[in-house]
Design a protein around this ligand. Structure first.
Ligand SMILES: C[S@@+](CC[C@H](N)C(=O)[O-])C[C@H]1O[C@@H](n2cnc3c(N)ncnc32)[C@H](O)[C@@H]1O
Length: 284
């Protein structure tokens, strides 16, 4: 009997201890769960606030970008004066001369830009159509070339020479100095030889190229090196920026440099792909 009482007392104590421990631990679990739930709610609230701020910031940045593009001033007034002539023959002599490194290497440069079968290419600042005609053959069958120039004389000449050579996949566009005049997502390659330094409004022109390129579309820029060690006095005065400046401007417009081919002595060959616009101050 004594033993039973002792056992009962022990059991009672054990139950009490277990009950006590349950009694104490249950509220601790509740508190932890509740705290976790509160933290989760707070994190969700912060995330929602960040999303809201991010979308407000991006709306402001889009507005500012639009405003800054609209207020862009000509970076080199008058640089395109000499192309305004309606007399095409002296212009052909000037651009299709063996003394010009780009002309002498034109077959190689067009080949390096390929393979292009079935692609849509924009020859921006097409001039006499030197590259337009090479690309018209390279994109066939199925592809198309847009010959784009601010000079109607050049575009008329290109369309005439293409007709004469049986090239039926070329569309001519007389564009404005700020816009290449193409629909969004309509081209695979933007090709710009000896013309970037002629862009009077590079920011707006680059924005119009960016929207015209399809996702991961390419842009090739070939232009004069501007380096006192190798450049003529004429190049030093005529070309406003060196390769580093061009890369900086182009990258700021939402392109990524993927290649820099050492093909020529007095000209560089840069290849970019379309990426997203770099915007400063973005919350990550
Ligand atoms: C030096 S030529 C080069 C022609 C050709 N790409 C070549 O390498 O033989 C420059 C050309 O760019 C054109 N141009 C200048 N600004 C332009 C712009 N914003 N959009 C399109 N063409 C432009 C000029 O009319 C001229 O035909």
């Amino acid at each position: 009997m004594k033993t039973t009482m002792i056992l009962a007392a022990c059991l009672g104590a054990a139950l009490l201890a277990s009950a006590t421990s349950v009694g104490y631990s249950a509220p601790r679990q509740d508190t932890t769960l509740q705290a976790k739930r509160q933290q989760g709610d707070r994190a969700a609230q912060i995330r929602a606030q960040i999303d809201k701020l991010r979308s407000e910031l991006s709306a402001i940045q889009r507005q500012q970008a639009g405003q800054s593009l609209e207020s862009e001033k000509s970076v080199k007034p008058g640089i395109n004066k000499s192309w305004r002539s309606s007399n095409i023959e002296p212009l052909i002599k000037r651009l299709e001369s063996e003394s010009r490194e780009i002309f002498a290497q034109s077959d190689l440069l067009a080949a390096v830009a390929g393979p292009l079968e079935g692609s849509v290419v924009a020859d921006i600042g097409a001039g006499t159509g030197l590259f337009t005609r090479l690309f018209a053959a390279a994109v066939a069958p199925g592809g198309r070339v847009y010959a784009i120039d601010i000079s109607g004389t050049f575009i008329d000449n290109i369309l005439r020479t293409c007709r004469e050579q049986g090239l039926s996949n070329v569309t001519g566009i007389v564009n404005t100095p700020t816009d290449i005049g193409l629909q969004a997502n309509s081209i695979d390659l933007a090709f710009i030889t000896d013309t970037y330094h002629h862009f009077e409004y590079p920011q707006q022109t680059l924005a119009s190229i960016h929207q015209a390129l399809r996702s991961a579309g390419r842009m090739i820029i070939i232009d004069f090196r501007r380096d006192p060690r190798i450049s003529s006095n004429w190049v030093m005065g005529h070309v406003r920026g060196n390769q580093a400046l061009v890369i900086q401007e182009v990258q700021a417009a939402g392109f990524r440099l993927v290649d820099d081919k050492p093909l020529m002595r007095t000209n560089y060959f840069l290849e970019f792909i379309k990426s997203e616009k770099k915007v400063s101050g973005t919350i990550n």
